[in-house]
Ligand binder design. Structure first.
Ligand code: DON
Length: 318
């Protein structure tokens, strides 16, 4: 372990203790029956709602898994982190002229604020912001999907990561709200590329498919000042990794971000596929997955598991 952990007044040293803790939390999560699988993307509604997985990847290279951690799922909005990384690299500080860094206090797919604020999205984690980021990628990369895919594959150390074609097409056919967001931004002059082309990129990126373990490993660099603890490669500067964590803290869990900071206390990102990834600086990454969502679009069991693990180990950064 990179730091002393305490649970129930006892120091945790042995991996067995952590395995037991994860198993207990997972067992309790299975008793949670509330929530509803996302059905506004029809292909997501077909996923077995009973899946449940919890992974902890620590900076010293240990990975603890319980449940369906090898089962692939649609990462949806968690992919907004990967798109943002590339857009930050390409545009530098100019990006922040086109998308802000404020919490929205609105649902992830809300459109109302975007008109008041003249087509400039509140942050890159809500749909409008991630669509803007997709515009940057489509305009600045000759093959934007390949750029995202090779980034994600290298972060996971897994060449078999792919975007699920059925989920991609399903959202393309039903993504009228996202299409409205893109057209509204275009009407304000904040979109450069062809709307259909950038939406195709955005829907494809949301359809990326990973396991809970892949997800935890891929983002450990954010807990380690931008350096991947497995490959020792610098993925991004310390400043940029701190900035992404700041955005995840204020906006990653949408209009439940305040409650998440209050009850869990670490940067995190969720997706409507039921995935949640939580970054614990100087310690590691917790990833949870279970498809049934609460009213904010965050996994009901996933919220419980991440909160319990963070609380039991005293991981809040505040
Ligand atoms: O654009 C959408 O609505 C989905 N592809 C992604 C939304 C999402 O994952 C929000 N997460 N909680």
């Amino acid at each position: 372990m990179t730091r002393d952990l305490v649970s129930g007044g006892q120091y945790i040293h042995a991996p067995d203790d952590l395995n037991r803790l994860l198993q207990d939390i997972y067992d309790e999560a299975l008793t949670i029956k509330q929530g509803k699988v996302a059905d506004y993307i029809p292909a997501l509604a077909a996923v077995n709602p009973d899946y449940c997985a919890l992974t902890l990847a620590t900076l010293d290279g240990e990975v603890f898994n319980v449940g369906d951690t090898k089962q692939q799922f649609s990462i949806q909005s968690v992919s907004k982190i990967f798109g943002l990384m590339l857009a930050m690299e390409r545009l530098g500080d100019d990006l922040w002229q086109r998308v802000k860094m404020e919490p929205s206090g609105q649902a992830f797919n809300s459109i109302v604020q975007l008109e008041w604020e003249k087509g400039i999205p509140r942050n890159p984690m809500i749909n409008a912001g991630a669509i803007l980021v997709s515009d940057v990628l489509v305009s600045h990369y000759s093959a934007s999907k390949n750029a995202v895919l090779s980034l994600v594959r290298s972060l996971c150390g897994n060449d078999r990561i792919y975007a699920n074609d059925e989920v991609h097409q399903s959202e393309k056919e039903h993504g009228h709200r996202n299409s409205a967001l893109a057209h509204l931004m275009k009407s304000f002059g904040n979109i450069e590329s062809d709307v259909d082309e950038l939406l195709d990129h955005y829907f494809w990126q949301c359809a990326l498919t990973m396991t809970c373990e892949n997800l935890a490993r891929s983002l450990t660099f954010l807990a380690n000042d931008g350096v991947c603890p497995f490959s020792k490669k610098e993925i991004m500067s310390k400043r940029d990794s701190q900035r992404i964590n700041a955005l995840l803290s204020t906006s990653g869990m949408y209009d439940q971000s305040g409650e998440f900071a209050f009850t869990v206390g670490v940067p995190a990102k969720s997706g409507v596929g039921g995935g949640i990834v939580a970054i614990v600086p100087d310690f590691g990454v917790i990833a949870a997955w279970s498809p049934k969502l609460n009213e904010y679009g965050n996994s009901a069991r996933g919220m419980f598991m991440v909160r319990e693990l963070a609380n039991k180990l005293g991981l809040s950064v505040y």
